[in-house]
Design a binder for this molecule. Sequence first.
Ligand code: HEC
Ligand code: HEC
Ligand code: HEC
Ligand code: HEC
Ligand code: HEC
Length: 650
Amino acid sequence: MSVQDHCRAIHRVGIVVGMVAFFCMALISVAQSQHANSFQHPTLRAGAPLPTGEGDFFGKGTQPGALTDPIFTFGNCASCHGVFDAQTAFLPGRWLGSLHSHAARDPIFLAAVTIAEQDAPGAGQFCFRCHAPRAWLAGRVTPPNNTNGANFFASDWNEGVGCNFCHRTVDPVYVPGQSPADDEAILDALSLNPGGSLVPTSPGNAQYVVDPLDIRRGPEAYTSPAPPHAWRESPYHESALMCAQCHDVSNPMTMLQLDGSYAPAVDGLPHPTGDKFDMFPEQRTFSEWANSEYATTGVDTLGRFGGNNPVVSSCQDCHMPAVTSVACTLFGFPEHTNLPYHSFQGANRFVVDLMLELYQVSVGAIPGLDFDQTIALQDAIPDIDLMLANATDIELSQFGSELKVRVINQCGHKLLTGYPEGRRIWVNVEFLDSVGGIIEERGAYDFATAILTEDTKVYETIHGVDSVMSAASGQPVGEGFHLAFNNQILQDNRIPPRGFTNAAFAAVQAEPVGYSYADGQYWDDSRFCIPAGTVSSRVRLYYQTSSREYIEFLRDTNVTDARGTNLYNTWDTVGRAAPFAMDDAIAPVSAFIAGDATGDGFVSLADLQVLLFNFGSMTNVGVAQGDVNCDGVVDLNDLQILLFHFGQSA
Ligand code: HEC
Ligand code: HEC
Ligand code: HEC
Ligand code: HEC
Ligand code: HEC
């Protein structure tokens, strides 16, 4: 239950309970100002695009046009690395069904780029740097007219984040004796750039360094037999830093101020510092991980994420678990016991459904899916489902008339990490009678309309604009989906990973907002009052990639092209981003009596004492002693219930 709900409950009583109510009024006004402007009708769009220039999207690293050898497409690797063998789970060919492969054609992404381009002309230069590095490096994402894919080759749409790109990235920190020797010259050349060094200083925001020559880096050192192409042993590829290049995202059009806010920094010039921590944090997956127990000591997951290594640490350990197979289908190459499974399985199963439907044929210049891509995407679905099932555990417990649902985060980052807009996880509870009929449901979701009843715990992060950005952009203050404008986090109650501390997360702009987690807490509790007549409760934890509100936003705000409408129509056809049950558990409910604050089965003086002792206190964690109606505060309503049942037993 949210803070606002607690406060409203207090409000209803009409009795001001001293300081608590005062505190609540302050919270209500904050909450109201945050929720005042949620979604906008397109005609209300004040329409001020930010006055952006090319420099606003500049980032360090290898620049467009600087490569000697082009980035080759996956077709050049497939014959030996098994890309067409989509059915064989253990070959790198699984990449073809991953979102890396489809990062450029992803229809949600493309619809969002159009909005970003409307809001900040040229923003595509930033977006495609991560979502289509091959096209970007080749200079096919150029202002003013080609920043939204107009100049792409068909192969750019097919490639996304591809084999030859990842395997040519260079660790920007040269470690003598460890890094490939060639790296030193590559980095020296970048540092001597006449306009200032191009060597990235903090990993993230697509500031990648790429070998100008086609020398393929990977985890192995070969003697004989060796690959029939240039290769280098690169410890970087076994490190999470390799993923950090794109999995920490900051808005380069913003600059951190002394008061902690992020002001627009749009003047056509490069960002004043170029440091991701001086910009508004859109995604912090790498930084969340870097401040978790996974990064420091590793965690024995007892094989939860598959692969040969039960102790996991890096992103690769969970998202590319080590399996036993050959790396190459050529004769004579041995089996490896640590072959990274290249499926990059994540959480986004909705976009797979979308692409299988939308790209049965080509859409404008974007090629439709061929046979291998189709099979690979279909094969990815069970992988994603397994990932989602392994991401969490839930524990149900009963205390008197109260059901407690504990959600435990088993991921290497927040539960729900990465992309913020429209993604959410919620707790659905059904209280069942003796024949399985539903007495009451919390967090009900209507699969036909895609509307969620928000009378439950919803895990999400909500971004929006503050008054300064509002003045610059014409967007009203408050929550919204305009990625290019958003410069304020209004809420973030996503569950931290093992090893969480408030200080470390605050230092990387990833602290909880509008919610609190204690240091070390990687779970969250929700409390629900069990209605009379309940014999069992069924609890599901639902993951949803994109809310209805977000898909409608992408359609209604688009005044440029058909991407938003195409997306909406396909969403409508494929089940409207149906949520996936990550967990599903049923627990029997034992006899209880309302008003039993001590949970001993009787309503007696002991309960009255507990209630009076805690009178006026608020809580949203654990069992609130005395809060017998589970509304988060111990107040007169609870006293009434207790007195009504006084002397009774369960
Ligand atoms: C997002 C980046 C990324 C993409 C895309 C990618 N790889 Fe990899 N690949 C890696 C990383 C990281 C490793 C090493 C992981 C580890 O050892 O923990 C790796 C390992 C490998 C290896 C070495 C296997 C071994 O241990 O012998 C080969 C071969 C390989 N990749 C080929 C490919 C091919 C072919 C493709 C395209 C179908 C591809 N990769 C796409 C990141 C990527
Ligand atoms: C003619 C066959 C062939 C082609 C084509 C091919 N490779 Fe390889 N590659 C190999 C073999 C063989 C190995 C070593 C396999 C092993 O580890 O057992 C290898 C190893 C690798 C490694 C591991 C390097 C290391 O040091 O860990 C990477 C990375 C790699 N290839 C990337 C690619 C990429 C990217 C492409 C396409 C652009 C590609 N290869 C195309 C045969 C090929
Ligand atoms: C301990 C295992 C583990 C580690 C380590 C880990 N992840 Fe994840 N990751 C998961 C699981 C499970 C999910 C699916 C549940 C979810 O969405 O949070 C996931 C989801 C994701 C998603 C989808 C975002 C979302 O929530 O919708 C991305 C992107 C991602 N991980 C990237 C990374 C990167 C990058 C790293 C390293 C910096 C990393 N992960 C480390 C287990 C892990
Ligand atoms: C060049 C940038 C880049 C690099 C490097 C990169 N990624 Fe990604 N990754 C992306 C983009 C972009 C997407 C999202 C594609 C989409 O949804 O449109 C993505 C998606 C993912 C997803 C799926 C998320 C979901 O919602 O299901 C996972 C998991 C993931 N990456 C893991 C990794 C890991 C692990 C590494 C390092 C080995 C890595 N990535 C390196 C850009 C990158
Ligand atoms: C620094 C790298 C980076 C840049 C730059 C970037 N993205 Fe992404 N984007 C990612 C990653 C990584 C993911 C996947 C995260 C996840 O799944 O949680 C992603 C996911 C998305 C998604 C979700 C797709 C889906 O299927 O749900 C959208 C939409 C998106 N990005 C839009 C944009 C837009 C618009 C821009 C430019 C304004 C942009 N991105 C720039 C890295 C980047």
